[in-house]
Design a protein around this ligand. Structure first.
Ligand code: XMP
Length: 497
């Protein structure tokens, strides 16, 4: 096990993923985790972070980590923390070093099989001015003479090996994990299934399971059937805000493997609750509240609730406390367990999304289901700007269906992290045959991303957007214009509301 101490970097989760990709379990812990907890680690990584080590109240790890005789690797802020805590000097650089730099290495096991000069990714404002006693530089760039340092098995890198812009980043992390920490590969599907089984076996009486139509809850249902057959009942609330055929496909598939899903059609109720509501946050809250109400009223008895919470959802709360702002109130089935007095069982709580997909493949779940793009809890209600009503939902569902099918047909679906259509209820003028039209606008979104925290618009091959645009305009009544959203996150978000 490798532990990653989190100093608030946007890349912390990425470090954990990179290590798990090697078949080694990596967990993220708060920066000030007690050494008793860290003792069993094979290695400790200190993440980057937005702070400056010389500031009052800067987050620093417990000093004892340097005396555990466990290899330590500090990345960016992590390197600066090592320098600062061991008697060196970190100061404010004259300017922020951001972007690619050429890194010149010194021979060291950390750089085994890495060229003498390679490209790395820098993102820092502070810089090391004096190394602490006993530390030596093992690599440099033009502006950072101490781009890599070490003392025994304590290492520091000023650049970010976890981001893909660092040419040999994965190789450097591999060298740390296998050559320096001597970790073993034991984090595989088999081990993950064992953990899921252990968690599900906590169900002593009966559990209920909320299906959303998405990958995670479907995998939960298949795992529950495998490990606790007969001890759970799955429910799917049809909010009327799902995409075309989304629920149907999942229900039919589960049926074929002997899991009978109770579908609760509550679409009228959701639509009534949303009537006249335009504000995005209000819509989110209404859908969340209604979901709990319907679920509580319509489902049978159980003592447990099986939920598809993933590892990244959980670590959000372990991050260093700071003044973080609510951008959007995400909802899934939060609130249910307390209201219904249910104990929560989370068989996927140790996993990242790509690990869940690997498990799904091992469980022989069809690719069409496990490869699905993420879909937000409030569903299409946040993809219709302003008021939601049945007509708008029908238009959006149809446009989205055409778009997604064309992506699948042209082999683009799996190259995109998330794609969907948005209905913008402004009307613009068009002409069809000899007639003037005055109809809605559909915006198409497609992004590439690693985890949804940051995202870039997908670059479509020439001609695709025109084809899909004309298909939607020709086939969906109520739409006479289609546009493509070219914004990145940040500063935009992926969903429009
Ligand atoms: P944003 O729009 O915040 O979205 O950039 C990032 C990712 O989160 C999804 N999303 C949600 N997922 N419940 C969810 O389960 C929600 O309320 C919710 N809101 C946004 C979004 O689809 C994207 O994948």
């Amino acid at each position: 096990m490798i532990y990653i101490l989190d100093f608030g970097s946007q890349y912390t989760k990425l470090i954990a993923r990179r290590i798990r990709e090697m078949g080694v379990k990596a967990d993220i812990l708060p920066f000030n985790t007690d050494c008793r907890r860290l003792k069993k680690a094979k290695g400790i990584i200190l993440s980057g972070g937005p702070s400056s080590v010389y500031e009052k109240d800067a987050p620093l790890p417990n000093k004892c980590i340097y005396h555990l005789n466990i290899p330590v690797l500090g990345l960016c802020y992590g390197l600066q923390a090592i320098v600062h805590m061991n008697g060196g000097v970190v100061g404010k650089g004259t300017e922020r070093e951001y972007g690619p730099a050429m890194f010149k290495k010194v021979r060291d096991p950390l750089f085994y099989r890495i060229p003498d000069v390679s490209r790395v990714w820098m993102s820092h404002g502070d810089r090391v001015e004096n190394l602490p006693e006993g530390f030596v530089p093992i690599g440099s760039t033009k502006s950072s003479p101490y781009a890599a340092i070490k003392r025994g098995k304590i290492y520091g890198l000023q650049f970010h090996p976890e981001v893909s812009h660092t040419e040999f980043g994965q190789k450097i992390l591999q060298n740390f994990v296998f050559r320096i920490c001597a970790a073993e590969k034991d984090w595989d599907v088999e081990e993950q299934l064992k953990e899921a089984k252990r968690e599900l076996k906590r169900v002593k009486t009966h559990a209920i399971l909320a299906l959303s139509g998405g990958v995670d809850s479907t995998v939960c249902a298949v795992l529950a059937r495998k490990f606790i057959p007969g001890k759970f009942t799955p429910y799917l609330v049809d909010t009327g805000l799902l995409r075309k055929d989304e629920a149907k496909e999942v229900v039919e598939y589960l049926n074929t493997i002997g899991v009978k899903v109770n579908v609760i059609d509550a679409s009228d109720e959701f639509l009534r609750a949303l009537k006249g509501v335009k504000d995005p946050e209000k819509k989110r809250k209404i859908v969340g509240k209604k979901f709990i109400e319907v679920f509580e009223r319509e489902t049978g008895k159980g003592d447990y609730l099986i939920q598809g919470t993933l590892y990244p959802d959980r670590i959000e709360s372990a991050q260093i406390p700071g003044p973080s702002q609510v951008i959007k109130s995400h909802h899934n089935v939060g609130g249910l367990p307390e209201r219904m007095n249910l104990e929560v069982v989370e068989p996927l709580k140790e996993l990242f999304k790509d690990e869940v997909r690997r498990i799904a493949r091992a469980l022989k779940i069809p690719e069409r289901i496990y490869g699905r793009h993420p879909f937000p809890g409030p569903g299409l209600s946040v993809r219709i700007i302003g008021e939601v009503n049945r007509r708008r939902l029908d238009i959006l569902r149809e446009a989205d269906y055409i778009y997604i099918n064309m992506l699948r047909e042209e082999g683009l679906y799996n190259r995109i992290w998330q794609a969907f259509a948005v209905l913008v209820p402004v009307r613009t003028v068009g002409v069809m045959g000899d007639f003037r039209t005055y109809e809605y606008l559909i915006a198409l979104r497609a992004v590439v991303s690693e985890d949804g925290m940051t995202a870039e618009p997908f670059e479509f091959p020439h001609g695709f957007l025109q084809r899909v645009g004309s298909e939607i305009i020709n086939r969906v009544r109520g739409v006479n214009r289609v546009v493509y959203d070219v914004s990145s996150k940040p500063p935009s978000t992926i969903e429009w509301e």
